[in-house]
Design a protein around this ligand. Structure first.
Ligand code: MN
Length: 290
């Protein structure tokens, strides 16, 4: 009997929308096809497919806004993102880098194209992933993990050129630097044409793969660029066969089986907690940011 995971759906990129004036994203979830629980612990996936930005003196982006109750994970594939928050932190997410921000008890921040990238313009491609926190950690102190590309684990495959880049979790003994509150695996599979990789995750882990670059066969099904593949919760193995040079974002995690009350930038367990978060923002408890 095959132990391969079967595919529940191959989803084409939904029509994009703008987040502020700097992020043109396809929202794969939560939505009609993948509801707010289906990919738990991953709550939201916004994918900024490749776009050329013209030069701009004023950096494009999204202004001051709060977050609470979860983590935002920003992955830059092309272009650079700058951020500032109400605790006085700021930084730049460079090409190939990841920022893993734990909003936890709450903060205010803003996200923009990095100044020099903005001036020159150019190719931009990114992912923003929201990772839910379990009830016991919802109010954890906000923190950042700046995960540069160099810090990531690299597990080379048979051809010695293709590799699994481990952001969080572990692949065949190679660990990722990001720490998480619940068990999960977050990788970039970077495979040359013709190369193969086998991934294994427990059957109950919610698992989805996003093809960022090129094309690949996933357990035998051809998947085009910018498409998201949702797997059924049965079987453990996924075989990737690169039919072109490919980059695939791999998400797999143990579901958090708790109630979700989500409103705008807040992902809590109850509506009372959502109201409390809104009130905290209006009372300035998340700090101040201009
Ligand atoms: Mn944000």
């Amino acid at each position: 009997m095959s132990n391969k995971k079967t595919i529940e759906a191959i989803i084409a990129p939904p029509p994009p929308h703008m987040v502020g004036d700097g992020f043109r994203v396809h929202n794969f979830f939560p939505g009609a096809e993948i509801d707010k629980r289906r990919m738990s612990p991953f709550f939201m996936l916004d994918y900024g497919s490749k776009i050329e930005f013209t030069p701009s003196i004023e950096p494009r982006g999204v202004g001051v806004h709060p977050h609470a109750g979860f983590e935002t994970v920003s992955i830059a594939y092309h272009g650079k993102i700058a951020h500032h928050d109400s605790a006085g932190n700021s930084g730049i997410i460079g090409e190939g880098d990841v920022q893993w921000m734990t909003a936890g008890s709450g903060l205010l921040h803003k996200e923009y194209h990095e100044e020099n990238f903005s001036k020159t313009g150019g190719l931009f491609q990114m992912v923003q992933l929201w990772v839910n926190l379990p009830a016991k950690d919802k109010k954890t102190t906000p923190k950042y993990q700046e995960v540069t590309n160099k810090m990531m684990g690299r597990h080379y495959l048979a051809d010695k050129e293709s590799f699994i880049e481990v952001i969080a979790g572990e692949y065949n003994g190679t660990k990722g630097p990001a720490t998480t509150f619940t068990p999960m695996q977050v990788y970039n599979a970077k495979l040359k044409k013709g190369s193969k990789a086998t991934l294994g995750f427990p059957a109950n882990y919610n698992t989805g793969l996003l093809v960022i670059e090129g094309t690949a066969k996933l357990n035998g099904s051809e998947v085009a660029t910018d498409h998201f593949v949702l797997f059924n919760n049965e079987g453990e193995e996924i075989e990737i066969e690169a039919t072109e040079d490919t980059i695939i974002l791999v998400l797999s995690g143990e579901p958090i089986n708790e109630p979700i009350a989500a409103y705008g930038p807040f992902v809590m367990n109850t509506w009372a907690e959502v109201e409390e978060a809104i009130e905290s923002v209006s009372k300035g408890k998340f700090g101040v940011l201009e």
